[in-house]
Design a protein around this ligand. Sequence first.
Ligand code: NAD
Length: 266
Amino acid sequence: MGNFNGRSVVVTGGAQGIGRGLSEGFARAGASVTIVDIDKASANQLTETLRDDGFTAQWVFADVSRAADAERAITSAIAAYGGVDVLVNNAGIQPMGSYVNVEAETEEGWDRIIGVNLKAHFLMSKYAIPSMRERGGGVVINIASVQGLQSQPLVPAYAASKGGVLSLTRNMALDYASENIRVVAINPGTIDTPMVRTQALAAGNEDELVEQWGGLHPIGRVGQPSDIANAALFLASDQASFITGEHLCVDGGFMAQGAWASETAD
Ligand code: NAD
């Protein structure tokens, strides 16, 4: 699935969950991977494991919602690996306690979620694109969500951030298509990650709930980080060279359902 030898790939939130799957997937495909994260222990452990297995990786401590951190992360990828070919904007948050309507949402809560889930995609792209241009092209993959297309109750900031990511994806695709820089998005369904496990644990029986959520997906299971990584490897590859400004749902058929999904025809 794509040969990324000699390519420099930056993965935000690359230490855990979907990001970890992305970091592993691109490293195994031959890329030099820069893991950008705020979780020092997980980032360090993953980097060591990848290096022990013979892959090329480094990690950078950076809060991608902060301009100075985002710029430093890109500078570090350029210093280590000569530039940036692929940027995966994956870091995102849906904190426990953020399940509120707009009246109950605080300004700080709103700003934090929009900052990490949307502003960071802008910041990381802003600093990475000049290097892509110098290298004759590149790919930005934005991890959005099925919640960018449809909503659930009580997630105003998260829903707005993911809708914003899809809109930003279309805009950037137009602005950079002529420079051979493609911009695409992936909308994961429910994926088995620490984010989802934390929510399941807080709501009751962790494993039972994850299985139950899996049952809501026509394929009958939740996804794994590798499901997202496989889609990202394709979208970042030359086989996808005519795909830009588009989003791909990797959701076990979740978005194919209508509101009548549980009803069966006579
Ligand atoms: P996760 O919480 O399991 O992992 C997120 C990673 O991002 C962690 O390593 C964390 O340390 C890092 N991170 C958080 N804030 C950061 C910041 N400010 N700067 C740098 N790194 C930061 O999350 P996940 O489930 O793997 O989700 C990854 C992305 O996929 C998010 O954008 C999320 O919204 C999206 N998504 C997830 C699911 C799902 O079911 N898991 C579904 C749809 C979309």
